[in-house]
Design a protein around this ligand. Structure first.
Ligand code: FCB
Length: 419
């Protein structure tokens, strides 16, 4: 084991984990839950041999982690794990199940979630939209529909009016560019469109929706801090060759910066979701893949350093709102967290204003089109009994959160986990 010099994090650094309503709550009724059960989807899964491999139930969100009913227990565990912040999302389809009809009981539910967090000293980061939409809105055309920014603004106003006084951090949209690409260009996610115009239109509507929501939240609460959760990838121009640099510049512009540039006057912080490295060497995705997650994604922790350095240009505080890996055996998570945090600290040392780190995810959950098999949790979920079990890496992470630094003692205590 190498020697580590102590790594400090800034005072008041926020530490925690993130979830999203559709992935953990259970019993949601929205465009995704319908899609999961559709004939088209089932036929596809069968034809690919995925039903045989994982079982059909893997692909249906169903009761998920039952977090909707167990949030108190879950956040108590988070507290014990040293977290002082958490990110969760509000499920639009619960709040507005029919057009213009808001469900006060569901608003109460989220009020209770926030009160619970506040009482135990966990700062909430509230996401307003983490991908699914209500069925009625899907029927109008979803994110392609020209009036959707107004609907989003109205929903935002309702929520902020009801919950606003206790919430400092709002995330309007989760990974808008990823959503638009997978749902409207590559056609993997609902509504499975493959259309360039639709893709661009959806991005445009998401930008409009964010700006409207931003103005409303600010109007209702001037001290609110508002951002989006933006997925940024480290595109590496291998060996700095000219052609690689040209490819990098273009893809960086479109995938990493375009959306942020368009909302740059409407954000108080940048939420960074970071997972990927993409080495460009006369083409994309020429990664070495020396270490990979269970989803075969390369684990390349230094990528976050470059991504953070690139965000310096916006001169805004940065919260890492997602970062993690699928690792059912918990063999790499500890190592990955340690190496990632070293790189975060390196960026902070070079002047990037990073103010928090939220690991994806607090618990195993329903990973969209992949279903339940990828295990991203600090907590392991037994989907039969719904029992939560703390993974060893969660204890390692706890020690860092509590100390607000990484010391040699911590590293040597978890030596076996980190090798
Ligand atoms: C991100 C999503 C999040 C989760 C992780 C693994 O792109 O925002 O919901 O699925 O990937």
């Amino acid at each position: 084991m190498k020697n580590y010099t102590k790594i400090n994090f800034p005072k008041d650094f926020l530490w925690g984990a993130a979830t999203a309503s559709h992935q953990v709550e259970g019993n949601n009724y929205n465009d995704w839950s319908e899609w999961e059960k559709s004939q088209k989807r089932t036929d596809y899964l069968r034809s690919e041999g995925l039903v045989e491999k994982y079982g059909l139930e893997n692909f249906i969100s169903g009761r998920a982690c039952d977090h909707y009913n167990r949030f108190q227990e879950d956040f108590k565990i988070a507290k014990k794990l040293g977290h002082n912040a958490t990110r969760f999302s509000i499920e639009w389809s619960r709040i507005e199940p029919e057009e213009g009809k808001f469900n006060e009981k569901e608003i109460e539910h989220y009020k209770k979630v926030i009160t619970t967090l506040k009482e135990i000293g966990i700062e909430p980061f509230v996401t307003l939209w983490h991908w699914p939409i209500p069925i009625w809105l899907r029927n109008k055309g979803g994110w392609q529909y020209g009036k959707i920014p107004d609907y989003f603004a109205r929903y935002t106003e309702k929520i902020v009016n009801a919950l606003g006084s206790d919430v400092k951090f709002w995330i309007t949209l989760n990974e808008p560019e990823i959503y638009a690409r997978y749902s409207y260009l590559s056609g993997v996610w609902p509504p499975q469109k493959k259309n360039l115009i639709s893709y661009l239109l959806v991005i445009h509507n998401l930008i409009r929706a964010h700006r409207k929501a931003y103005k409303i939240i600010k109007k209702l609460n001037q001290s609110a801090q508002i951002g989006i959760a933006k997925n940024n990838t480290y595109f590496e121009a291998y060996q700095n060759k000219l052609i690689n640099r040209v490819l990098k510049k273009n893809i960086d512009w479109w995938r990493n910066f375009y959306f942020l540039n368009r909302i740059k006057n409407h954000q108080d912080f940048i939420g960074l979701n970071h997972y990927l490295h993409n080495r460009i060497n006369y083409g994309f995705n020429k990664n070495e893949n020396e270490k990979v997650s269970d989803m075969r994604r390369e684990l390349y922790p230094e990528a976050i350093y470059y991504v953070l350095m690139d965000l310096k240009r916006y001169n805004k505080p940065i919260y890492i709102t997602e970062n993690g890996l699928a690792d059912a055996g918990d063999q790499k998570r500890g190592w990955f967290i340690l190496e990632t945090l070293k790189n975060v600290s390196r960026a902070i040392g070079e002047g990037v204003d990073v103010k928090g780190y939220l690991h994806w995810s607090l618990m195993d959950n329903f990973e969209w089109d992949k279903g339940f098999w990828p295990r991203f949790g600090l907590l392991e979920i037994d989907y039969k009994t719904l029992e939560r079990k703390v993974r060893p890496s969660a204890n390692f992470y706890r020690d860092i959160c509590v100390a607000n630094e990484i010391t040699e003692d911590i590293v040597s205590k978890y030596k076996n986990l980190l090798e």
